[in-house]
Design a binder for this molecule. Structure first.
Ligand code: PHE
Length: 341
């Protein structure tokens, strides 16, 4: 009898350890401790034993029963705790996911794209790793021309089959001018926003990685007047109807004549400061009538077609719009700066 009880105890404990969920536990409880359970039956049969045996085995059986009941209770507790933890209250409001947002340069780029699209321009893209040809030669800056010095270029450390370095990180979006002419021919109306790179010593005005938006309009009888009209529209859209735009002659090899465009410095209101180099004006674009050589490189006959090109410095334009006094903030990744837009 004693052995029988001990064996049953082992069996019950063995099975208990194997139980994986509350249901299995309940089945075991019924099997062993229920009204017709195996342990219950044994306990009930104790009454038929003789005096001494009854006392000894009765005590043992009760101890074992208690031990097993405790074990059941312990396991039940463990299961219910686990279930609670895994439960999902589907009625709870969800956890909020922080929303990202656009860099201010992208905001202004999108705005300008919309404006140009409304004026019939298409938006094009071009490679950031560019050939020396499209970045320089095609836009009338031949090898060894001093104008190459104006743009401190990152050359890629890889020679072509003629032993020359002919890959550069594009220094301006003008690299897409001839690509666009070759692909679409004339008449042509496009803008090209994108990243540009120059080997600059960085300061409040200069960055090694910055954004431009290039524009190109080619058709019959395009003149400086058309160019001025478009550029004034852009300046007013960006900074309001009252904006004063100053355009003065400036040399760029790919235009003839060439002009830059400046608006009043937002930081000093024209008084003169570090940002505007004490001039009171901030340059926001370069522009001009497309040089005949560039048209020819793009397969367009300069005797039939003329056009204008311009390039806005998108970082500068954005600085002006939001009053940002240091161009280096745009690429800094500083959340305190970025979260303001
Ligand atoms: N590519 C010139 C620059 O980066 C800007 C420009 C574009 C000037 C088109 C004239 C015409 O400075």
């Amino acid at each position: 009898m004693k052995d029988k009880i001990e064996k049953l105890k082992e069996e019950i404990l063995d099975n208990l350890v194997k139980a994986k969920e509350e249901g299995a536990l309940r089945d075991l409880e019924i099997k062993y401790l229920g009204r017709k359970g195996e342990l219950t039956k044994i306990l009930r049969s104790l009454k038929d034993l003789s005096g001494n045996e009854k006392k000894e085995i009765g005590q043992l059986a009760n101890e074992i029963k208690k031990e097993i009941e405790d074990k059941f209770a312990e396991m039940k507790k463990a299961f219910s705790g686990k279930e609670k933890k895994e439960q999902t209250d589907v009625t709870l409001p969800g956890e909020k996911i922080g929303r990202g947002h656009l860099n201010p340069v992208t905001i202004v780029q999108n705005e300008l794209e919309d404006l140009f699209i409304s004026m019939g321009f298409m938006v094009l893209d071009g490679p950031e790793l560019e050939s020396d040809f499209y970045n320089f030669t095609a836009v009338n800056i031949p090898p060894n021309h001093p104008a190459r010095d104006m743009q401190d270029t990152f050359y890629i450390d890889k020679k072509n089959k003629d032993g020359e370095y002919d890959l550069v990180m594009r220094t301006h979006t003008s690299s897409v001018q001839v690509r666009a002419m070759q692909k679409y021919g004339a008449p042509l109306r496009c803008v090209v926003p994108g990243k540009c790179f120059r080997c600059e010593a960085t300061d409040v005005r200069h960055e090694h990685t910055f954004y431009q938006i290039e524009g190109l309009m080619i058709d019959k009888n395009i003149s400086l007047a058309n160019m001025k009209a478009v550029l004034e529209t852009v300046a007013k859209k960006l900074y309001g109807e009252e904006t004063k735009l100053r355009m003065r002659p400036k040399f760029y090899p790919f235009v003839e004549p060439g002009a830059n465009g400046e608006v009043t410095c937002f930081l000093c209101q024209g008084e003169g400061c570090l940002l505007c180099k004490n001039s009171g004006w901030l340059e926001i674009f370069g522009s001009g009538l497309v040089h005949p050589n560039v048209l020819r490189n793009g397969g367009i006959d300069p005797k039939i077609y003329s056009g204008f090109a311009f390039g806005f410095g998108l970082n500068r334009v954005t600085q002006l719009k939001y009053g940002i006094d240091d161009v280096r903030l745009f690429n800094s990744g500083d959340m305190r700066f970025l979260q303001q837009f």
